[in-house]
Design a protein. Sequence first.
Length: 491
Amino acid sequence: MITADRSRWIALYVLCSGMLMIVLDVTVVNVALPNIQVDLGFSPSSLAWVVNAYLIAFGGLLILAGRLGDLLGRRRTFLFGLAIFSGASILCGLSQSQFMLVIARFVQGCGGALTSAVILGMIVTTFPQPREQAKAIGVFAFVASAGGAVGLLTGGVLTQAVNWHWIFYINVPIGIATAVLARRYVPAEAGTGITANVDVSGALLVTAALMLGVYTIVKPAAEYGWSAGPTLLFAAGAAVLLAAFIGREARAADPLMPLRIFRSRNVCGANIIQTLAAAGMFATFFLGVLYVQQVLHYGPLKIGFAFLPVSVLMGILSVRYAERLSIRFGARRLCASGLSLIALALGVFATAPAGGGYWLRILPALVIIGLGAGLCFPPLMGLAMSGATPQDAGLASGLINTTGQIGGALGLAALATISSARTAHLTAAGRSNAVALTGGYHLGFWIAAALVVTGVGVALTVLETPNAPPPEPDSEVLADSQVPLGHLWVS
């Protein structure tokens, strides 16, 4: 017989399996892009839309999806998102044309937004006690942050052993199993309901602003540069829509995003840090993968194994130790320490030579970044949710996911552009291809490190550590006995 307490932890694993499916999909697709290009005849420029179509829908709908969870019920929104994501995955796998795949990826992004936006909100309402909540958020943070490295390995295995179609088909049984278990173990929360004053205008404005903003990053900025006319025009349009949305929310009787949520320093600070840290993590998985692929000539499967230590270390820290360390040293201090380690790791990457070996140059950086991310992201997620009321939990969850996606997309576009320009300059100066590529990646890593250092400053000056819970008897024993996470991780 499963007790009510154990049922809550099973619900956590179910929710995290849904998040893992979303996170894996992003990096799995990146590994398979060369095979997709050959089979469907994509040009180099049009191939980017396999990723961009997903990002535009996903990043554009996260805030709306989070608020819909508050209004309609988070479990209902989660299940609806799973159904859309799984159905779109089937269409992606069946695609025999460029048009069909791009449209299916857009729909998949819509499902991914609905699924992932409400998960953190369900976790904080399912685990209201600070100690349990910290442990549960640690599990979620591990899945959300380290899943990318697992995706590299999964993508390499599926692409080499079968074909690229299976990177999408694999989502279907996972989605069905997650939905069945969610209906059994995840409690159904009644939403606040959609009233006659529902903020339709706000929903349209924020969705249009975010979609146009993401489009600006992935299309004109990447192709023409940040100061080009098309980039500035689209960016200005996104800014105008966002300003109109904020104005609308200040006047609406029942706003989609109540501005009261930004009165919390922790909500504001955590979202700023998430934006900056996401740029650093994306640099690790994007520039780092390009370095080992194009300079060290690793294949897809070898790349997956090369980056696996990040996931292992993040899992150990997030699941086993982040909660205890956060209570002992404070969430703000732990967050700043983790960010400092991430910045250090990026600095190590930035000194790797063109002929560097994995064991002496790459592995140390991956170990450091795994430790830093494992320390940083669990308390950061907790701080992002600490200022939200239960009625706004879905919104706060969608917001922290949005800033992570926007920060990652911004950082990725900017760092890729800067790295490419540096590589082109070095090539024109007569440097070898390996040296020119490495020089471009170095500059990208240094800039990413500077962004993360800025995040350290925000953590130390803006964040406030919530009041610690009173000590509990035998807390060390309870930490190990209440949740069989250690056994789950080892198995």
